[in-house]
Write a protein that binds this ligand. Structure first.
Ligand code: AMP
Ligand code: ZN
Ligand code: FE
Ligand code: FE
Length: 288
């Protein structure tokens, strides 16, 4: 019988978002919330940015919680959107930093195109969306959802994602993102630990096959996020088996976004031995 992380008394959540991307807590507020919820370790993994790292690190030292600095990188595989978690990479690595910058710029022009389409039918303006984006934050559909809520078009982010902002909606626009195998190699070159985020989340459309995960492992993938709310028991079983087959780290996390999503911080956890191995593989240390 495997001991669960909670039985060992160390609570580790390796995937959360602040308002440096599409979460609603500031980086410091997120870290304080994590400490208040009884976590011992939290990872900040904003979409395509490390802008929240310094504020989160300062807050972590004050709150007595350890911080894993990470990012959730937008990538593509055969046209499909794939999220790649990078932990403890060197933020000064120019190749990786440049790819993230390119993805952020693409997200900005794509958001403007989505808003232009929504303007035609709902009158939504770019200024209304900007009201919901922290200066310098990485923009995403959740911010557009917030503006639709304020305008009274939908009641919450969930309703916006169910229809108007769904990837099959006529208002949906894709954005540039690097090929996942290239992104994995970049993360590794930057000293990061590459973990595939929610690989079995089929609510977002197609999911990557076992064969594609095999190709990712050949490119340097080191872990799979298995315990995530978007995975049912069948997917967790499949992913745990794949992780064992390839010798990958198995992580669990909440994907907390503050008040913008139902995910509760600490609702899924990663075991301490996995965190030890992850820290041993990464360029940066965990902030303690
Ligand atoms: P984007 O990054 O612009 O493609 O938007 C996708 C992001 O929206 C995901 O990373 C999630 O964090 C978030 N998201 C997806 N579905 C929902 C939902 N139902 N409610 C709130 N946020 C969501
Ligand atoms: Zn998000
Ligand atoms: Fe994601
Ligand atoms: Fe996420």
């Amino acid at each position: 019988m495997r001991a669960t992380p909670t039985l060992l008394g160390v609570r580790i959540d390796l995937h959360t978002h602040s308002n440096a991307s599409d979460g609603t807590d500031s980086p410091a507020g997120l870290v304080e919330h994590a400490a208040g919820a009884g976590l011992d370790v939290v990872a900040l993994t904003d979409h395509d940015t490390t802008a929240g790292w310094d504020e989160a690190a300062a807050a972590a030292r004050g709150a007595g919680i350890a911080l894993v600095r990470g990012a959730e990188i937008s990538t593509r595989s055969a046209g499909m959107s794939v999220h790649l978690l990078s932990y403890l990479h060197d933020p000064a690595h120019t190749g990786l930093a440049e790819e993230l910058r390119r993805a952020r710029e693409a997200r900005m022009s794509r958001a403007r195109r989505i808003v232009a389409l929504l303007h035609g039918d709902f009158g939504l303006t770019w200024e209304e969306v900007e009201e919901h984006v922290e200066p310098g934050a990485v923009i995403g559909r959740p911010h557009i959802a917030d503006a639709l809520v304020t305008r009274g078009v939908v009641v919450d982010r969930n309703e916006a994602f169910a229809d108007l902002l769904h990837h099959s909606s006529k208002y949906y626009v894709k954005h540039y993102a690097p090929e996942v195998l290239d992104a994995i190699m970049l993360v590794r070159d930057a000293g990061g630990v590459a973990v595939l985020a929610h690989p079995g989340a089929d609510g977002r459309g197609r999911i990557v096959t076992d064969a594609v995960i095999g190709a990712m492992v050949a490119s340097g993938l080191q872990g799979l996020e298995v315990d995530h709310r978007d995975h049912g028991p069948g997917q967790r079983e499949r992913l745990r088996r794949l992780a064992e087959h390839h010798g990958l780290l198995v992580t669990g996390a909440s994907d907390y976004h503050g008040t913008g999503k139902d995910n509760v911080i600490g609702e899924n956890l990663t075991s301490p031995d996995v965190l030890d191995r992850l820290e041993g593989l990464g360029h940066l240390a965990v902030v303690r």
